[in-house]
Design a protein. Structure first.
Length: 202
């Protein structure tokens, strides 16, 4: 497989102080789990892989260039806490994202059972935490990206929706994406092809 398809890290992750040296190659078509105790560095690793945080030493590359390079714009998406535009209803937000990304979210809205929420004149802040998370995932999961980095995406979801999320992530990996998930969910861990324990040297 061509190196251009791979996300590669060989360096120390951390902010001012290195937490751990990690050397790993993430390949398309594979779903990876990041596990470890709270504070071990899972979110820091995701930020580093996304190019939002520089490694303390070493390098991260996707397609042979740093993930934050302009040539990788749109290639890597990191999904964490749900964020919405505060002045728009959920329906207005969905319409805006479809126009901006040119992605038809009709199937995603059906998968995540959001149709009944779209006509409501409510900002997402007034929805339940589970509804907000489902809406955020429906928008973020299907962007035309090559690498999907997920930080505890199962949060706020009940068992049914966690199972739905796991199935969707498996489908996205099977379609050729690099999928990396930081998770505490035993079911999510079991669904992944490879597991990386972060902080086990600490």
């Amino acid at each position: 497989m061509a190196d251009v398809d791979k996300l590669v890290i060989a360096g120390e992750i951390g902010r001012q102080t290195a937490l751990e040296y990690i050397e790993y190659t993430f390949e398309p078509g594979v779903m990876y789990a990041l596990s470890g105790r709270n504070g071990a560095g899972k979110s820091t690793l995701l930020l580093t892989l996304a190019g939002e945080l520089e490694p303390v030493s070493g390098e991260v590359t996707f397609g042979g260039t740093p993930p934050g390079d302009v040539t990788n714009a749109g290639n890597i998406v990191r999904v964490s806490d749900p964020i919405f535009l505060p002045d728009l209803s959920l329906g207005e937000h969905i319409e805006l994202m479809q126009r901006k990304t040119k992605v038809d979210l009709s199937d995603a809205l059906t998968t995540w059972q959001l149709g009944e929420l779209l006509p409501l004149p409510l900002p997402p802040a007034q929805l339940s935490s589970g509804q907000r998370q489902r809406a955020f995932l429906a928008i973020q999961l299907y962007l035309p990206t090559q690498v999907l980095l997920m930080d505890e995406p199962e949060r706020y979801l009940d068992t049914h929706w966690q199972q739905c999320l796991t199935a969707e992530l498996r489908n996205l990996a099977s379609a050729g994406r690099v999928v990396v998930v930081a998770t505490h969910s035993a079911d999510m861990l079991a669904a992944c092809d490879h597991r990386i324990v972060v902080g086990h040297h600490g």
